[in-house]
Design a protein around this ligand. Structure first.
Ligand code: KG4
Ligand code: ZN
Length: 315
């Protein structure tokens, strides 16, 4: 078995995965969302202190597997350096004390392999990775051969939801909240610009859209400083539409020269239902299946890190 640790942001998580069967034996994740919500975003120092408290508690529960372990795996990058260090320190201590090899795992590769925790590996695949830190279009052969096709020039898709939520004083993390508000809103109420609409390049950007939302909020506040729930819902719905249209437009462009045969959405923001359904509609035109991870593995977790570790352990 492999013990894997994830602490790249605000989720403390440990998993045990069986090497031969790739089966997830144990998985626990303690999220710090409530602790950070008062600040409207993740406070790295607070996150690190909370990891230092919770990771050892979770580790206690895995002691029964220690004698079966063949390796320790840990997320080493990308992520918040102070929070990554908590997981890395624990992994190092375990590796030394149990005399086991240490596998360094890339967090983004983890998100890609979250697809294959509960279903068979289906590669090669075109992957859209949307998280709090990244928006990337990738061609994935396997964990070693991942080609970056496009990424964001500024904010990420998930981050833009977090910032809109913060501007509307709705809470953190913004993704699920903005999605929920948007369900009761009119998406044609605000005509937010679709980013890079006329650019032929396949790349992403969210700072202009974020600014357009900021200006719309200021304009509404001229009439009434306290925005009604309906106005907030309309802003969320209109913002979400522009944010997703941006992605589908870029995908349409990319598919013209690279028709998809296998496509996946991964990362915390892949939980967005409208994004899922709009991309599904686009893929149907190409008779291309859409791979998704189970909702519980979309956001950060150690199960996906363990799943990559299985691949890397066979180097
Ligand atoms: O992958 P993840 O858990 O952490 C990072 O690696 O960044 O992604 C978290 C991000 C947050 O920005 C959160 O607001 C966003 O994913 N998110 C969503 C939704 N659920 C989570 N964004 C849009 N719609 C959602 N339903
Ligand atoms: Zn992540």
């Amino acid at each position: 078995m492999i013990l894997s640790i994830e602490s790249s942001c605000d989720d403390s998580s440990i998993a045990i995965t069986e090497i031969k069967t790739k089966k997830l034996i144990y998985h626990k994740k303690i999220s710090q969302e409530i602790d950070h919500s008062v600040y409207g975003g993740v406070v790295p120092e607070l996150a690190a202190r909370l990891h230092a408290k919770t990771l050892p508690k979770i580790l206690e529960e895995t002691k029964i597997y220690f004698s079966s372990l063949k390796a320790i795996a840990v997320t080493t990058h990308p992520g918040l350096s102070v929070t990554l260090m908590e997981g890395i320190a624990m992994a190092n201590a375990l590796s030394i004390s149990l005399n086991l090899p240490l596998l360094e795992i890339n967090h983004l590769t983890g998100h890609i392999y979250s697809l294959f925790i509960e279903q068979d590996t289906q590669l090669p695949c075109t992957v859209l990775l949307v998280s709090g830190g990244h928006t990337q279009l990738l061609e994935v052969e396997n964990y070693k051969n991942i080609k970056l096709i496009a990424s964001t020039m500024d904010d990420s898709f998930g981050e833009s939801f977090d910032k809109v939520s913060k501007m509307l004083d709705l809470g953190y993390p913004g993704g699920p909240i903005v999605q929920q508000y948007g369900e009761n809103g009119d998406k044609s109420k605000y005509n937010f610009p679709i980013p890079l609409r006329n650019s032929p390049k396949i790349e992403f950007s969210y700072s202009g859209l974020k600014n357009a939302v900021r200006l719309a909020i200021l304009k509404e506040q001229e009439n009434n400083p306290t925005l009604s729930k309906q106005i907030k819902s309309d802003i969320c719905a209109s913002f979400q539409k522009a944010a997703i249209d941006h992605i589908t437009m870029k995908l349409k462009k990319y598919f013209k020269t690279n028709p998809p045969t296998n496509f996946a959405i991964v990362g915390g923001a892949s939980a967005n239902l409208q994004l899922r359904s709009d991309i599904k509609q686009l893929l149907d035109k190409y008779n291309c299946p859409l791979l998704l991870s189970d909702l519980k593995y979309c956001s950060d977790n150690a199960a996906m890190i363990g799943r990559v570790a299985i691949e890397q352990s066979f180097i």
